[in-house]
Design a protein around this ligand. Structure first.
Ligand code: T4K
Length: 411
């Protein structure tokens, strides 16, 4: 005997079905948290008085010094953005062969590999942590492999010790794309930024620590630091000659200042993000078909993102359907990171194999809104929106198809 389903409550009708929007205006998936603007005024005056705007100015050098102290690393080289930081780090340590890279992530990681003259070899990720693990890397090494570029995806730390063991066993360069992970901590208790041959950060407007556009390479090896500095300044080590083909990837004083004055607040902001992420988990715990990224015992994420995998068969709606339904509520969810990297048109030439976990994740991942000054009331609104979309899921599915487009019946 089939049990009749209770009718969804009218008052809980989602906006996509004609109910009242839960958010006034538009709740962005993220926005930058900034130091108070007036605190920057004396520094701005200094920049104006010095008339020194870039090329190794005092603010940029002070930022590098403070970053190195915080990251517990010997050298930090600032960069105009995270992509250039990664390009320089790759060129400095890896040769022109194959670099192993996880197939879930942002295109910039692969652009950097290609720009540095290497070749990406896409590797599947772990179904729990969604990261490149030592065993997956080990299994992917070939005679052409020259390096491993692991990504601390969403801010979640990779197993640095395990990856270091694989790299040293095969004589490979080990690099970390730490674009998402400023302030995250390895299981060993060391800050992200201190492992491998180098780690590369992004300080884009969407990151926990931002300079608008910006990035940095951290390394304990003075030769890598010197090479990166040269690569980010026309290949010129101060001689006036271009000693190698290179780029202009320097960070300006104005950008450096923004990050420098934000730096003392970062730990407080990460603590706030921890509360936000915990609230999401608690509020959504009763819903079926939601999977969270696993954190390795002892390690700590900065919660750069709050990613969630939506299992359609259990939740009743696909990730794209949920994104469309929340958009109607005034809430921005993002499909970071779909498609899988080897499925981007630009990189298909390098995709020789099926990567089932990456492909599954690309179909199911969404990122919930988070920023360091987000109110818990807004977190609750997002959760309420997800709850009511779930309660009305069968009706929602009549409006939007699985790809998130208006359903045929609703057109
Ligand atoms: N490696 C990895 C793993 C990466 O994810 C990235 C970049 C890199 C390397 C390279 O680092 P960078 O070269 O970028 O430094 C963003 C960022 O542009 C990019 O930095 C980031 N990863 C990537 C995952 O996402 P979009 O295209 O999502 O940004 P956008 O403009 O759609 O904005 C997202 C949300 O933020 C919106 O709700 C609007 C809001 N926003 C945005 C900006 C720019 C603001 O509130 N204020 C702002 O100023 O790319």
């Amino acid at each position: 005997m089939s049990v009749p389903r209770p009718r969804p409550h009218e008052a809980e009708r989602p906006a996509i079905l004609g109910g009242r929007k839960l958010v006034e205006g538009w709740l962005r998936v993220t926005e930058p948290t900034l130091p108070p603007w007036w605190r920057l005024l004396p520094d701005l005056m200094g920049i104006w008085q010095r008339r020194w705007l870039t090329n190794g100015g005092p603010v940029e050098r002070e930022l590098e010094r403070q970053l190195a102290a915080m990251l517990e690393t010997r050298h930090v080289v600032s960069a105009a953005n995270g992509t250039l930081a990664l390009m320089a780090a790759l060129r400095a340590v890896a040769g022109r062969g194959e670099v192993l890279v996880p197939a879930v992530g942002f295109s910039a990681t692969v652009h950097a590999i290609l720009a540095a003259g290497a070749t990406p070899r896409f590797v599947d990720v772990d179904p729990e942590s969604w990261l490149l693990t030592p065993s997956l890397a080990q299994a992917a090494v070939t005679s052409s492999t020259v390096g491993i570029l692991a990504v601390h995806l969403y801010g979640q730390p990779c197993d640095s010790l395990g990856l270091e063991a694989v790299a040293s066993r095969h004589g490979l360069a080990l690099l970390f794309d730490a674009a998402h992970a400023f302030g995250s901590v390895y299981a060993s208790g060391r800050p992200i930024g201190s492992a491998g041959m180098a780690e590369a950060f992004s300080f884009h407007a969407t990151k926990v620590l931002t300079s608008g556009e910006g990035g940095a390479v951290s390394t304990n090896d003075p030769r890598v630091a010197r090479a990166c500095r040269q690569l980010l300044a026309f290949g010129d080590a101060g001689t006036g000659y271009a000693e190698q083909a290179a780029w202009n990837g320097k960070l300006s004083e104005l950008h450096a200042l923004l990050a420098l004055r934000a730096l003392p607040m970062v730990n407080h902001w990460i603590a706030r993000r921890e509360q936000i992420a915990a609230r999401y988990r608690a509020n959504l715990a009763q819903l079926p078909g939601l999977r969270w990224q696993a954190t390795a015992p002892g390690s700590r994420t900065n919660h750069q993102f709050v990613p969630l995998a939506i299992l359609r068969d259990e939740f009743g709606l696909s990730a794209d359907q949920l994104v469309a339904a929340l958009k109607a509520e005034g809430i921005e969810l993002r499909r970071y990171f779909a498609p899988a990297l080897h499925e981007h048109p630009a990189f298909r030439a390098y995709a020789h194999i099926e990567l089932p976990v990456a492909q599954h994740l690309a179909r199911t991942l969404v990122c919930l809104p988070i920023y360091s000054h987000m109110s818990l009331e807004h977190v609750d609104r997002v959760c309420q929106a997800i709850h009511r979309v779930y309660v009305w899921r069968e009706h929602v599915a009549t409006q939007v198809d699985e790809a998130g487009h208006p359903a045929r019946s609703a057109r």
